[in-house]
Design a protein. Structure first.
Length: 214
């Protein structure tokens, strides 16, 4: 049975649809960031965000389940990026180093927009951000542990436990950075250091703790 050749016109149309979807998603995120900054989180409605992107509320909910989802990175998209970065790390690299480097690499693409609520104060959003973070980190930890376990040498004793500890330690350092940023922001002592610099510093501390003499 012969297979029909690809239809260039259909492929072009499919590509156009995907680009339009990505553009709409970007407009919704950018519009939400601007509205949150101007009116606060509580003062911004889904209708406001949809109107800013020139779409309907029904269209908004095709992309995001709630306005809270716009405060933080898309967990699926972020995890896919970390997974890809981890796969690029050299096989001989220590698992903790590989995870830390992959997480640092994942910050840059999201820092400009998706991480707005983590790097800038949004009135009325702290509680919503905290709740979203708990959900994201719980899911992320389980999935990252499996990736770390796959990198461990065959026959590693208690490989599942070791992977869980490595994953948990790295993500705990990320949480510590986020908490520190929020505390500094609240105290008026926040600096212009990008998130990647703070993560690098935190991971360095983590490795020093792990190598400290007993």
């Amino acid at each position: 049975m012969t297979q029909d050749p690809p239809d260039p016109e259909a492929e072009a149309e499919s590509g156009l649809r995907e680009r339009k979807k990505e553009r709409t998603r970007t407009l919704l995120r950018e519009g939400a960031a601007a509205l949150f900054a101007e009116h606060g989180f509580a003062g911004t409605t889904v209708a406001d965000i949809a109107a800013c992107a020139n779409v309907s509320e029904r269209t908004f909910f095709r992309y995001f389940e709630s306005k809270e989802a716009l405060l933080l990175p898309d967990s699926i998209e972020l995890f896919a990026y970390v997974e890809a970065e981890l796969a690029r790390r050299p096989p001989q690299e220590a698992p903790l180093d590989a995870v830390c480097n992959a997480l640092i690499s994942a910050v840059a693409p999201f820092a400009a927009s998706s991480l707005t609520a983590l790097t800038h104060s949004i009135e009325g959003a702290e509680r919503a951000v905290a709740a979203q973070l708990v959900h994201i980190f719980t899911d992320f930890d389980d999935r990252l542990s499996l990736l770390v376990e796959a990198r461990l040498p065959a026959g590693t004793p208690d490989a599942d436990l070791r992977a869980a500890v490595i994953s948990g330690a790295a993500l705990s350092a990320v949480r510590a950075v986020l908490r520190t940023q929020r505390r500094r922001r609240a105290n008026g002592t926040v600096t212009d250091s990008p998130p990647s610099h703070l993560l690098l510093e935190a991971f360095g501390m983590l490795k020093q703790i792990g190598s400290a003499p007993q």
